[in-house]
Ligand binder design. Structure first.
Ligand code: SDX
Length: 393
């Protein structure tokens, strides 16, 4: 009667589940976190407020937000022994590989997570939210051969990240409010998205009673895929190629429609949305706002807009309800901020982290939760007699 499906105890075998974190209506293009519309949150909140909302169920009071922010500040540093791990990675190591292994390694530095994962879970979650931001920035600095910039207590979550990424002894980074607001908005829009591939991976791993850090590490690896979070990097590479080849985006639309060609128009299509992804709408508008405020003219944005306009009028895309998704425009803003393309998916992971944490906690708090064990339909050979090696031809 409430419009929600009722699930029997066997639901874990199907991979579906009940959740009170995020509501998504793919037909109407509606997305809300804990009942709050994504449009309101993206426009009026900081990422830290929304991370608190996702993980605690309510928007924080001023006092709760202050306490949460202090925890994030307290846990921003990374153990100096962990920093030495960066020296072992080859110069061009994939940032997502570094991120997932560093997050998994947190279990070694905080073994209390292994004994009783739910004990002090708020502290463990805040530790993860803060350290992942530092690890991401440190991996970028190491890849650039630049000295690490340590977190500062006087900066907000996003400003701290940007400062750790771009400050340097020869050129101090100037915190730009437009950039900080844009980054908050992008991270909020990636905060959660119900049972997507990487969140389902976190839940499947966690359902075996795997600790938070190891479950999140699994989610990071699932997000890496080009059909999932890796698409934001692939979109930027596609738009760059179109630009470098003279701007002929129509040939890419033709390739995407060709059944003989495996190419997909990255940043388009979605398993659930059969109309505009509400996040893509917000990000597209934010592109204009940020580029104007920063006085940047990016030809890739013009190409993206023209490509969207033509594709949305094309029968192939219309017939399959293919619209731009969250990944189609996000890279334009990351690029304007100065984030390198190979870190776009890391940025997706930073944003999605509070959602993953919320789902892991929700599952662990559920007394009826069981290990995920999907079943299959067997389509292999029927039973047959054994043939000894000597008789096999
Ligand atoms: C994210 O689940 C989530 O919520 C994910 C996410 C999140 O916040 O966590 O929203 C983030 O992962 C967004 C998606 C990012 N990926 C991409 O942009 C990659 C390009 N998109 C496609 O690969 C595809 O649209 C998927 C993977 C997103 C969805 O795939 P589905 O639901 O399995 O769709 P499908 O493969 O069954 O396609 C149905 C039809 C097929 O054509 P027909 O066989 O019917 O002729 O649509 C076609 C597909 O060929 N199609 C596309 C297309 N996407 C689907 N054709 C061209 N270009 C595309 N992008």
């Amino acid at each position: 009667s409430s419009g929600y499906i009722t699930l029997d105890s066997g639901f874990m075998n199907t991979g579906s589940c009940c959740s009170s974190i995020t509501f998504l209506d793919g037909e109407e293009g509606i997305l809300s976190y804990r009942g709050y519309g994504i449009e309101d949150l993206a426009e009026n909140c900081t990422f830290v407020e929304v991370a608190y909302l996702l993980d605690h169920g309510n928007l924080p009071t001023r006092e709760e937000l202050s306490k949460f922010s202090q925890m994030l500040g307290k846990y921003a540093m990374v153990h100096e022994d962990m920093i030495r791990f960066f020296d072992g990675y080859p110069p061009n190591s994939p940032p997502m590989a570094i991120l997932s292994s560093m997050v998994n390694s947190l279990c070694s530095f905080y073994p209390e997570m292994l004994d009783n994962p739910l004990e002090n879970i708020d502290k463990m979650a805040a530790r993860l939210l803060s350290k992942v931001r530092t690890i991401a920035a440190f991996s970028y600095k190491k890849s650039m051969g630049q000295p690490l910039v340590y977190p500062r207590h006087d900066l907000s979550y996003c400003a701290n990240f940007l400062n750790m990424m771009f400050d340097s002894p020869v050129k101090p980074y100037e915190i730009n409010d437009t950039v900080v607001k844009a980054l908050n908005k992008l991270l909020i829009l990636h905060g959660d998205h119900e049972q997507n591939c990487s969140t389902a991976t976190v839940r499947v791993a966690g359902s075996a009673r795997v600790n938070l850090y190891a479950s999140i590490s699994a989610g990071i690896n699932a997000l890496w895929g080009p059909l999932h979070g890796g698409a934001n990097q692939a979109v930027m590479e596609m738009l760059t190629q179109i630009h470098e080849e003279g701007g002929n985006y129509k040939q890419f639309i033709a390739k995407a429609k060709d059944p003989a060609d495996p190419f997909r128009l990255v940043g388009f299509g979605h398993r659930v949305y059969k109309t505009h992804d509400p996040r893509a709408r917000i990000i597209k508008k934010a592109c204009d706002d940020v580029l104007t405020a920063l006085n940047i003219s990016d030809p890739l944005l013009d190409i993206a807009k023209e490509l969207e306009e033509v594709a949305l009028k094309d029968e192939y895309f219309i017939a399959r309800n293919l619209y731009p998704n969250v990944d189609f425009y996000s890279g334009i803003i990351y690029r304007a901020i100065g984030i390198p393309t190979n870190m776009f998916t890391v940025m997706f992971a930073l944003g999605r982290l509070p959602g993953w944490i919320a789902h892991w906690k929700e599952m662990w708090d559920d007394p009826d939760w069981r290990i995920s064990r999907p079943r299959q339909v067997y389509v292999g050979p029927k039973r047959r007699p054994f043939v000894p090696l000597a008789e096999r031809t």
